[in-house]
Write a protein that binds this ligand. Structure first.
Ligand code: GDP
Length: 296
């Protein structure tokens, strides 16, 4: 992760505040003006910024803070807590069905990193002693099936495919049948991604959802696309009732706007963050740790 711009700007603001013995209401207002600009420059959704600043101000100008011996530290602590809340508060864990297999549908636009993330998630589950099955449901993008099969070979995780001439709904259905038969406790279904959200894509995803009744519908979005990623998440969530978002390419994201706003805008928690192309570059998303990293 590389939100250096935001981190150094915030450190600058709080550094100035720390230099003051007493902190006045005007000092807090000035600091919050700068925090606001820093967040906007990091491509955080403007409504989210507005709400955030007003919440922090409300808490920071209270008598308790002003009277404290270390007002700057108290304010940093408030910002830290509010940032954590923005990103979901506590870690949002993967659902686990009490009637295995747990079915996870992976959705997203082409290029977001959906297929790679499906492989990474299989690896993470494998490390936790689970037995995942991958299902190749992206029959439209040339080479998507092969890509998943290659990932499966690397991980030694079986990949269920019926080629590209059978409907993804049928592939998903049969994949789950196989998982039950072979005692897989997780099924990860890779689905089609298009360049844009369109009705055909959504219809097909909805049909798969109705057929397999997934425990999780995870949307994979490219964090480097900032507010576009948030808009994509909003549209998908409205149609698909997502259970979680996976942010990819955080390693190349220099701003952080998607990470900070997607939960606040959509209400949908970030469950994982991907920080590289390698198969082990996927981590559960911890809002608290992310807030501390942002504050530096
Ligand atoms: P899909 O079309 O959504 O299935 O996308 P792919 O899984 O094929 O990924 C598209 C490209 O993004 C590939 O070159 C991946 O290696 C790359 N990629 C995926 N996740 C990450 C990540 O977290 N960091 C970086 N740097 N690259 C990633």
């Amino acid at each position: 992760m590389a939100f250096e711009g935001l981190t150094s700007r915030l450190q600058n603001v709080f550094g100035k505040l720390k230099g003051k013995g007493k902190v006045t209401e005007e000092d807090v207002n000035e600091a919050m003006r700068e925090v606001r600009l820093a967040l906007l420059e990091a491509d955080v959704n403007f409504k989210v910024v507005k709400q955030f600043i007003s919440t922090v101000k409300e808490k920071a100008v209270g008598q308790e803070v002003m009277k404290s011996f270390t007002p700057a530290m108290v304010i940093i602590d408030i910002v830290n807590k509010e940032l954590t809340e923005l990103m979901g508060g506590t870690q949002s864990k993967l659902e686990k069905s009490n009637r295995p297999p747990t079915v996870i549908m992976m959705v997203g636009l082409q290029g977001a990193g959906k297929t790679t993330t499906t492989g990474k998630l299989a690896k993470l589950l494998q490390k936790q002693n689970h037995k995942p099955l991958l299902v190749a449901g992206d029959i439209y993008r040339p080479a998507a099936i092969k890509q998943l099969q290659t990932l499966g070979e690397q991980l030694k995780v079986p990949v269920f495919s019926l080629g590209d001439q059978v409907s993804p709904v049928e592939i998903a259905r049969q994949g789950i049948e196989l998982a039950k038969k072979d005692h897989h406790d997780y099924v990860l279904i890779d689905t089609a991604g298009r360049l844009h959200i369109d009705e055909n894509l959504m219809d097909e995803l909805k049909q798969i959802r109705e057929t397999v009744k997934p425990d999780e519908i995870l949307l994979v979005v490219d964090s480097m696309t900032g507010q576009d990623a948030v808009n994509v998440a909003e549209s998908f969530h409205a149609q698909m009732e997502l259970t979680g978002v996976v942010l990819t390419k955080l390693d190349g994201d220099t701003r952080g706007g998607a990470a900070i706003s997607v939960k606040a805008v959509t209400g949908c928690p970030i469950k994982f963050a991907a920080m590289g192309e390698k198969l082990d570059a996927l981590e559960p998303f911890h809002p608290e740790r992310m807030a501390s990293r942002i504050l530096g």
